[in-house]
Design a protein around this ligand. Sequence first.
Ligand SMILES: Cc1cc2nc3c(=O)[nH]c(=O)nc-3n(C[C@H](O)[C@H](O)[C@H](O)COP(=O)(O)OP(=O)(O)OC[C@H]3O[C@@H](n4cnc5c(N)ncnc54)[C@H](O)[C@@H]3O)c2cc1C
Length: 368
Amino acid sequence: MKKLETVSHMKIYKAAIIGLGPSGLAVNKIIFGDNPDEIIAFENKNINNRDNFFGFWLTDWMKPFEKIIEKKWYNWTIGNKNIIVTHTSNKPYCTISFKKWKNYCLETKHKLEIKNTKVVQYFSIQNYFKIVTDDNNEYYAEKIYDSRSVKEKKDELVQHFFGINIKVPDNTFNEKKLTLMYFTEENNILHFIYVLPFSHNNALVESTVFSKEVFHNSWYRKKINDYLKIKNITEFEETSSEKGIIPMFFAEEKNSRNPNIFNIGIRGGACKHSTGYAFSFLIKQIQLLKNSNKNYVNIHKFLERKMDIIFINFLKNNNEDGKSFIRLASNLNGNEFQSFMMGESSFLTKLKIIKSMPKLPFIKELFK
Ligand SMILES: Cc1cc2nc3c(=O)[nH]c(=O)nc-3n(C[C@H](O)[C@H](O)[C@H](O)COP(=O)(O)OP(=O)(O)OC[C@H]3O[C@@H](n4cnc5c(N)ncnc54)[C@H](O)[C@@H]3O)c2cc1C
């Protein structure tokens, strides 16, 4: 039976999703995918133009999506021009493309009504919400799943990056090993190159910075070219590019007092701010929300959140060039490293991590 109410002429949807990024899409599939409820979604950009890769380690909660994984790597490196640490893990690092995630999440029993317009505001009226869009239309829904988020804030760190997909001569890349972080020494900013070799002649090469200001594309391009030169890759064809900004500060919204408003994705606190990883965590968030009677779930454990805050404050107040990351990588094995990145590390691993960090600046941050 369709659970669609009609009050006089107005239609009340079961739920309204604001934003069809990965988290809004996940709500459509994971929470409402198997039932016939009528759902409406609002997205002000053309998501068919969006494509980028989301990386994560294959935890149990990500296994249901194995069939849409683009590629898996069991080996990765972290280093700089002097030292390279290689990790091997039995849980592979994987990527899913936004396009595949979108197609997978839009394949459901119900038909999602998508409005290509911006939500200006919403407010509750009795037991439903009125949603107002910037083309002056009004819609009604029983529940709101809101994924709008602030990407930049004055004096706060952001992770910003630009990457290109390249085609190169045969056998240029070792497709079994990805470069997670190759730090280059810069003044006052933390910069590293990330390389996903999809095959021996095709890779995504990305330049990533942790700083308060975002740069012009030409800055990242130069860093990518410098890196490719070091690797003796002079001949390449660029097939596409991706760019992004991920906040390294904490979402203010997180949980809403209204039990029928669900803040999701980065807005709902899914991002692990010290690393910028959010994709697998926002999926976990939606899976947990599906089985919860609350409108908010804590994705990151208390101790991990504390460690994240201390680490980000350390990055804000010190000139870190990547050596702390390399030291951390050399003190952990691949399984320990991935467990930490995915929020599943044991107490012993956490102690090893704390031991790897520069002592004095960390103690200072702890007591601030
Ligand atoms: C290029 C890129 C690569 C990334 N790579 C990784 C990775 O490898 N691994 C990882 O874990 N994380 C990664 N991230 C981080 C994170 O997973 C993404 O930022 C992810 O998109 C967050 O999803 P979200 O649904 O929370 O928010 P968003 O993707 O920002 O989705 C919100 C949507 O809401 C829409 N919107 C905003 N305001 C309105 C409004 N008023 N009305 C209607 N619609 C609105 C926006 O257009 C947007 O589509 C990456 C991010 C980017 C940008």
